[in-house]
Every structure is written in structure tokens, then in C-alpha cells.
Ligand binder design. Structure first.
Ligand code: ADP
Ligand code: F6P
Length: 324
């Protein structure tokens, strides 16, 4: 029989993402609506171990849906990988009367949730990362805001790139994943799009492309480079030396992870937060929420972590053709 859930906790873990607050708000309001108490756990698993735990009422999540970041704070807590630390965390949950926890974060955070579930605390994960690199879902909280922020920034760089007839390399976030680069590369009409999953490190191809485009009369050349490839500044120097065309690098960095969430991020985060609260209150555990083919679903954490995600081949081929 499913364990009776009287009190749940919510935490955000790993890199923050715009829309996390909308998810927190939805969890608090939906769970309280279901007759369940909610506690906020600050600063991810580190805050759980430090017992930074506060009661949350509906009013505590007023006026946050439009705010970037996470009101709970987030952290990386490497010691949470240790068995005895996980056991202590489960004990802390029991001491605070927490029957289950919703974890908003990425794959790493899901592993922590899985560990808590193994130690008797019900857990549900919600995909929160600007990188879109969670295999079981077509949507992750924060991606939409991040790509729109980056797209607007790249448009601005493109204006000055054209005025000065320069080549510009713009580095977007994504340590291991090229989804931000792919989407912005296409949406900004970039001439070259470099994805960690696909890049062959053949700079000569880029150089040839720049020279050909210049001969065809193009006044700018935008290269969207993913953080996972990096080295944008040295790449710019080499390209300038090889082409004779002034080349600049811009690293967009953390601006992509902040800011007010888009409507899509607020809406999807609200639905995912509500869904997670509902299934946790019903007594489900060891599940993660996903969005696929127009539907919100939940998966077993282990099954979700074993899924693989790749850059869709057709989208990649199209990005190549349209950039010419
Ligand atoms: P994300 O959740 O965005 O993938 P991280 O990989 O940095 O970000 O993970 C966030 C946190 O999740 C880590 O700092 C750690 O506290 C916890 N975590 C990561 N991997 C594990 C693991 N294998 N076992 C337990 N906890 C983990
Ligand atoms: O949130 C995802 C992400 O932005 C990655 O693209 C990036 O590599 C990473 O976080 C960097 O985060 P931090 O510098 O906070 O460790």
C-alpha cells in the first residue's frame, strides 16, 4: 500500500533555470490544495544536510512566477554521492516529518533523488535545466527563456558585425549539449553552428566558408559556438589570421541562465510542478516528469536516466543547409 503523505519538501539543485520559481509556486499551491503540508529546502542537497528547511504557505510563493533564478537557492553538493550522507539526509527528512521530496534539477539531481528514494523517502524529479539535455523529455524548464535571451543578444551582435564587416563568434551555454547552439544558430541565421556532439574540429572548413561568403557579398559572418567546444577567443584569433577579416569573440555566459521566464517556461513549469505534487501526494515515488508528443508524463527515474538523447539528425542537416 502506498505510504500516506502528510508533508512534502521541495528543493532546487544543480544550475538554476528561469521557470524554477513557477514550478515551486505550483508545487506549494497544488500540494496545499491537496491537503498536504509543504516545506521548502534551501540550497539543494547541501541545504537539506544543513537542515535549512522552512514551512511554506500559499502566500510565500506570491509574486515569484515572473522572477528568474530560484527563491530556494541551489547548490552543488558533491558529498551527496556518498551512501552514508544519503542515509543521513533521509534521516533528516524523517526528523522534519517530510514524507516525500520534489527535486527540480537535471540528471545529477535525479541521481540524488533516486538515492533518497532508496532510503525510504518518496521522490519525484522535475526537469530543470537550460541545456535541454534530459533524455526522457522534449522540454526542460529554462530552455525557452535561455534561447530567447541568447537569440536577442546574437541579433544585436549581428548588427554591429554587419556594420564593421566582421566575423563574430558567439559562444552560448551548453557544456555537454548543443541544443542552445542549434536552436539559436538556426533562429539567428548563423553561417556556422558548432555543436559539441557534431563538431569535427576542422577549422579550415569554417575559414573556407567565411572566404566564400565574403566573395558572395555577405558583410557579416556569425558563428554560434557551444560552450562545450569553447576556446572562442583563440578561435577568433586564428580565423582572423587565416582570412584577414576582423574577427571577434563574445561569450554570452550566465546572462543566458537568468532573467524573467518566458510564457512557455512559466506555463510548462506550472503544469509540471502541479503534476509532480499530485503524484507525490498520491504516494508515487522514484519518478520523473517529462513532456513528450504534447503530453505530460512520468517515468521511472532509472528508466529515464538510461535513455539517450541525440541532436535530431534532420534538424542538424537543415541547420547546415540554411546557413549557406
Ligand atoms: P544537474 O542536476 O543539473 O545535472 P549536477 O550534475 O551538478 O547538476 O548535480 C546536482 C547535484 O545533484 C550534485 O551537486 C549532487 O548534490 C547531486 N548528485 C549528482 N550526482 C549524484 C549521484 N550520482 N548521486 C547522488 N547525488 C548526486
Ligand atoms: O545550467 C546548465 C549550465 O548552464 C551548463 O550549460 C554549463 O556548463 C553549466 O551550467 C555551468 O554552471 P556552473 O558554472 O554554475 O557550474
Amino acid at each position: 500500500m502506498a505510504k500516506e503523505i502528510k508533508t512534502i519538501g521541495v528543493l532546487t539543485s544543480g544550475g538554476d533555470a528561469p521557470g524554477m520559481n513557477a514550478a515551486i509556486r505550483a508545487i506549494v499551491r497544488k500540494a496545499i490544495g491537496n491537503g498536504v503540508n509543504v516545506k521548502g529546502i534551501k540550497k539543494g542537497y547541501q541545504g537539506l544536510l544543513n537542515e535549512e528547511i522552512v514551512d511554506m504557505e500559499k502566500k510565500d510563493v506570491s509574486d515569484i512566477i515572473q522572477r528568474g533564478g530560484t527563491i530556494l537557492g541551489t547548490a552543488r553538493c558533491l558529498e551527496f554521492k556518498e551512501e552514508n550522507v544519503q542515509e543521513r539526509a533521509a534521516e533528516i527528512c524523517r526528523e522534519h516529518g517530510i514524507d516525500g521530496i520534489i527535486v527540480i534539477g537535471g540528471d545529477g539531481s535525479y541521481r540524488g533523488a533516486q538515492a533518497l528514494a532508496r532510503h525510504g523517502i518518496n521522490t519525484i524529479g522535475i526537469p530543470g535545466t537550460i541545456d535541454l539535455d534530459i533524455a526522457c523529455t522534449e522540454y526542460t524548464i529554462g530552455f525557452d527563456t535561455a534561447i530567447n535571451t541568447a537569440m536577442q543578444a546574437i541579433d544585436k551582435v549581428r548588427d554591429t558585425s554587419s556594420s564593421h564587416e566582421r566575423c563574430n563568434i558567439i559562444e552560448v551555454m551548453g557544456r555537454n549539449a548543443g541544443y542552445i547552439a542549434l536552436w539559436c544558430g538556426v533562429a539567428n541565421g548563423a553561417e556556422d553552428i558548432l555543436l559539441p556532439e557534431k563538431y569535427d574540429f576542422n577549422e579550415q572548413n569554417i575559414i573556407n566558408n567565411i572566404i566564400t561568403n565574403r566573395k558572395r557579398g555577405k558583410t557579416h559572418h556569425i558563428i554560434v559556438n557551444a560552450e562545450g567546444i569553447g576556446h572562442s577567443t583563440s578561435m577568433a584569433r586564428r580565423i582572423e589570421a587565416a582570412t584577414g577579416i576582423e574577427t571577434r569573440a563574445t561569450i554570452l555566459g550566465y546572462m543566458q541562465r537568468g532573467g524573467s521566464p518566458t510564457c512557455k517556461d512559466r506555463f510548462y513549469a506550472s503544469i509540471m510542478g502541479s503534476y509532480a505534487a499530485d503524484i507525490l501526494c498520491e504516494g508515487k515515488s522514484n519518478r520523473v516528469i517529462g513532456y513528450r508528443n504534447g503530453e505530460f508524463l512520468d517515468f521511472d527515474i532509472e528508466e529515464a536516466l538510461n535513455m539517450r538523447k541525440e541532436i535530431p539528425e534532420y534538424q542538424f542537416r537543415v541547420s547546415k543547409v540554411l546557413s549557406q
